[in-house]
Design a protein around this ligand. Sequence first.
Ligand SMILES: NC(=O)c1ccc[n+]([C@@H]2O[C@H](COP(=O)([O-])OP(=O)(O)OC[C@H]3O[C@@H](n4cnc5c(N)ncnc54)[C@H](OP(=O)(O)O)[C@@H]3O)[C@@H](O)[C@H]2O)c1
Length: 204
Amino acid sequence: MEIGTIGAGDFAQAFAKRVLKAGHKVKLSNSRGPESLREIVSRLGPGAMAATTEEAAACEVVLLAVPWDNVPETLVTLRTWNNQILIDGTNPFHGKAGTFKPADVGNLSTSQLVAALAPGARVVKALNNMTVPNLNADPVVNGARRVAFISADDDGAKKRVETLLEACGYSVIDLGNLRDGGLIQQAGGPLAGRDLLERGEYQK
Ligand SMILES: NC(=O)c1ccc[n+]([C@@H]2O[C@H](COP(=O)([O-])OP(=O)(O)OC[C@H]3O[C@@H](n4cnc5c(N)ncnc54)[C@H](OP(=O)(O)O)[C@@H]3O)[C@@H](O)[C@H]2O)c1
C-alpha cells in the first residue's frame, strides 16, 4: 500500500519508518515541496518518496502530521478528499514540540474538527499518543506489544488502520467513535501520553 504523510517532521518520519518496515511505501510531503525532502527520503531508504501535499493526500491512507496551529490552513488548501483514510495524529498544542502550550478546544474532540475541515476523508484518530522515541522503538518490548489506540466514526476505515498498525507490531485498542474515543486519547484525556504494553495474546 502507498501511504501519504502531510507533514514530514519528527512524527511523520518515525511513522514512515514503521510502515516501511511493514512493507509499505510512503510519500512524504511538507509545506516547502519535494525538493526539500530529498535528504529525508534518502535516509529513510527504499520505499520512501518525496511528494507534494496533493500527491500524498491522494494515497489510500494518509497521516496528518502537522502542528495544530497549521491544521486549518493545511486542510483548507487540500480539497482532494475522495474517501481516503486520514489518520489524525495531531495534538492540540500551540507552537512546536518543546515549546508548546495546550490549545483551548473546550471539550471538543479535535478529530471532529479535523473531519469537518476534510470533507470526503474518512478520519481515524490514531498514534497521537505515541511519542517519537516510542514510535522509533521496536513495538515489542520484552515480549509485550506497545498499545496503539484508534477512534473513528467509519468502521471500515477504523478496521483498515487497525490492520495496518497490527502489521506494524502494535496491540490496537478500539476506543469507539471520533467524539468519545477522540476525547479519551487526545491531549487532556485520560489516555493522553500513556505508554501501555500488552502482554499475552488477546483473543478477539
Ligand atoms: N513529536 C511527537 O512526539 C508527536 C507525537 C505524536 C503526535 N505528534 C503530533 O504530530 C504533529 C507534528 O508533530 P512533529 O513533532 O512531527 O512536528 P515537526 O517536527 O515540527 O514537523 C511538522 C511538519 O509539518 C509540516 N507542515 C507545517 N505546515 C504545513 C502545511 N501547511 N502543509 C504541509 N506540511 C506542513 C512541516 O513542514 P515544513 O518544515 O516544510 O514547514 C513539518 O514537516 C503535531 O500535531 C504533533 O502534536 C507529535
